[in-house]
Design a binder for this molecule. Structure first.
Ligand SMILES: Nc1ncnc2c1ncn2[C@@H]1O[C@H](COP(=O)(O)OP(=O)(O)O)[C@@H](O)[C@H]1O
Ligand SMILES: CC(C)(COP(=O)(O)O)[C@@H](O)C(=O)NCCC(=O)O
Length: 311
């Protein structure tokens, strides 16, 4: 069946069986063991989904990286500059709610894209490193707004992406720890002239009155699902975290480690209803129309629909 093109729409919507055909002959460069290491807590993805959903995506992005380079060279020709050999990092943004599975998407995509010989250097940076440190959040009265746009140092984030895209030799990003619930002083992630940078975070598609990171994206992905399903995933993950991350005495959430199921559920639901759902509805979901690609998940986490911005 041919993909359905909506009249007068910049988007094309594809069911999974249509999308998977677009893999063409792209090989699957991933083993089940490698996928086990990339899968986040509570995620269900298997190699079949990598083949049917992520390989077509990897092929599309590979084609676009080459096209973007030619576009850059057109501008340098116009300016009378010599672009010979200058490669501009291709920037991919990945947005979506807390607990929707962005990190798993980002890690799988990173691994697949790095296996193309024409762009082997793929770096992944999450925007939580650009959250203000806890003391600054307290000073600004934002401790209950963590993950909202104003809880990030957006100027530092824009500077970071601009420097990477400008070809700086080394660019440094701060590092956030869920365990400490804070930025780790003195720790940094160093990015050295990647072919592709993936920037993953709740708010990466936010528009702004001035230039924002989304203006520097060459491709963007919104990971989408029904709000009620994401709430369910958030609560289930919270219950599981009691036995993993929260069980570490150093964890900010250690006091939740021994909560019985019903109390843990109530706590998770409270965090969801007071912080993460309002952020999804007020800030994150409104950015969905801006994404180049929307991956739509069903209640069992499987991706069954894809919306591509064609124009
Ligand atoms: N309180 C926590 N302690 C430890 N790890 C966490 C905590 N909350 C979230 N994580 C982990 O952080 C990562 C990012 O989570 P999140 O921001 O909800 O995005 P997503 O689920 O879309 O990847 C996930 O791998 C998740 O398992
Ligand atoms: C750290 C986060 C803000 C996500 O950051 P991102 O990398 O998406 O910018 C989020 O995962 C988080 O911890 N939110 C706080 C509320 C909660 O724990 O549910």
């Amino acid at each position: 069946m041919a993909p359905r093109v909506r009249e007068r729409s910049p988007y094309v919507e594809l069911q999974r069986d249509q999308w998977r055909e677009l893999r063409r002959s792209t090989p699957l460069p991933l083993t089940a063991e490698e996928l086990d290491r990339l899968r986040g807590l509570g995620e269900q993805i298997d190699l079949n989904e990598v083949a049917e959903v992520y390989l077509p995506l990897s092929r599309l992005i590979n084609l676009q990286v080459a096209a973007r380079q030619r576009l850059y060279e057109a501008t340098t020709t116009f300016l009378g500059e010599d672009a010979h050999g200058t490669k501009v990092p291709f920037i991919i943004g990945i947005a979506g709610s807390v607990a929707v599975g962005k990190s798993t998407t980002a890690r799988i995509l990173r691994t697949l894209l790095a296996r193309w010989p024409d762009h082997p250097r793929v770096d992944l940076v999450t925007t939580d490193g650009f959250l203000y440190p806890r003391a600054e959040l307290v000073r600004r009265g934002l401790m209950h707004r963590k993950g909202f746009p104003e809880s990030y140092d957006r100027r530092a984030l824009l500077r970071f992406v601009t420097e990477v895209k400008s070809g700086a030799e080394e660019v440094r990003a701060p590092v956030y720890s869920h365990l400490a619930y804070d930025i780790l002083p003195g720790e940094e992630q160093v990015v050295r002239r990647p072919d592709i940078l993936i920037l993953e975070g709740l708010n990466v598609l936010q528009p702004g009155p001035r230039l924002t990171v989304s203006d520097l994206f060459d491709f963007s992905i919104y990971v989408d699902a029904h709000t009620a399903d994401i709430e369910q995933w958030y609560i289930e993950r919270f219950l599981k975290l009691r036995h993993t991350a929260f069980s570490d005495p150093a964890s900010h959430f250690h006091h939740f480690a021994n909560l019985p199921d019903d109390e843990a559920r109530a706590e998770a639901r409270h965090l969801w209803k007071t912080i993460n759902e309002p952020n999804l509805i007020e800030n994150i979901r409104p950015t969905r129309p801006r994404a180049t690609l929307v991956l739509r998940k069903d209640a069992d986490h499987s991706i069954n629909r894809v919306r591509l911005r064609k124009l």
